[in-house]
Design a protein around this ligand. Sequence first.
Ligand code: NAD
Length: 467
Amino acid sequence: MNATAANQVSEIVAGLRHNFDLGITRPEAWRRAQLERMRTLLVERSSDFERALRVDLGKSATEAQITEIGFLVAEIDHALAQLRRWMRPRRVRVPVGLQPAAARIVPEPLGVALVIAPWNYPLMLALSPVVGALAAGNAVIIKPSELAPATSALLAQLLPDAIDRRAVAVVEGGVTETTALLQEKFDHIFYTGNGRVGRIVARAAAEQLTPITLELGGKSPVYVDDTVPLADSAKRIVWGKFMNAGQTCVAPDYVLGQPETLSRLAPHLERAIHDLYGSAAADNPDYGRIVNDAHFDRLVGYLGDGEIVAGGGHDPSLRHIDPTVLAGVAHDSAVMKDEIFGPILPLVEVESLDAALAFVTARDKPLAAYVFSDDAAVRDRWERETSSGALGFGVPVLHLATPELPFGGVGESGTGAYHGERSFLIFSQEKAVLSKPLRPDTLAATIMPPYTAAKQTLARRLLPKLM
Ligand code: NAD
């Protein structure tokens, strides 16, 4: 990674703003061309991206395709297929009291956007917001995570040659460079990462009245009851949890259930781990690595917070931690305080469905909640009585691969949502356009002074009904 000098940042932003003001990013053809070139880059340099993701996170090539490269290609294809419709001005109804008139919503680009990405899906989370920003006709600066240096360097090397460098820049670096960026004026800041830095971003944005999207994390619960086939449920939970070695924002963080259900579930989890990753995950190229030593040490510190019923093995030289299940975890243990963000799955006992719902609602609103129950009344209660960015019945994670669903958090798990048309709208101003002919002059006869008795009656009785 080559950090961009902090004093170059102002120049880069000014250059992009100048080019935006020239109007080069506005035509549909320009937007399409950028999206197509980004797609071509992802496909043609797939193996380079796979390699970088392997270096940064020990990610397998297949997982890199499914969760990063292929995901982006699908997102670009969706944007290309929908772009004309998204860009089209939309007529809306005018109240009778204002007629004759015509009203339209015209989406226009915001200007220069800043995308700050984290390390866990360092390619996908850097480019996915950019798909929306470019589709909406913006210039954009991407700040990849310094904790995924191989992917960051590759993006900085390839992207400016692939797409129009007059409107897209990659700024590499960490806190110093991001701090310099945050002193600049942007038209939207899209931040993905933890809530502590989210607050720094929000404070800096407030100084400039810059709108923000915060894609944060949190502890996403899973609830399992005894109405579901436990072996099938365990397989899905294990897949969602241990993908990318548990370093996924929407990964199941912990499992809630009644004691008998959890003790029946535990061997199924162990079996599912074996089915997906074999008996020695450390030797399995399909299984990822912990991003750095600090996170490794933090995670190993959690291993004593319960009885290890699966996994538990770890190796600092490889930054490997087995897919691990902890049983009998106390509600107030350290592993239940912060987002785990690693391959440790606590099983947390609750006495009843009511207690599970109370457990979740007493805590920060999660990015996602997952419910495995064949009882429609149970599912209905989770839907009505808990608040989260997303709710998955019988499946974790995959709501984010459904472009028509908003992807985002609520409260501590984030502000705003993207994917599909929402990504386009985040980076657009939906301009309200109202046109009214000067003749007939309906306004003088109704709402303009002088306020005659007739106008007073109109205002009291009729006008509210006509609006
Ligand atoms: P990270 O450490 O890579 O930080 C994210 C970005 O913030 C980086 O680009 C980094 O350079 C920048 N940054 C770090 N410190 C800063 C500072 N003091 N000032 C300004 N910028 C700074 O990633 P992370 O935060 O460890 O990411 C993990 C978190 O992100 C988890 O909580 C996870 O749940 C969340 N996450 C959320 C989503 C989502 O879509 N909602 C996706 C992935 C990760």
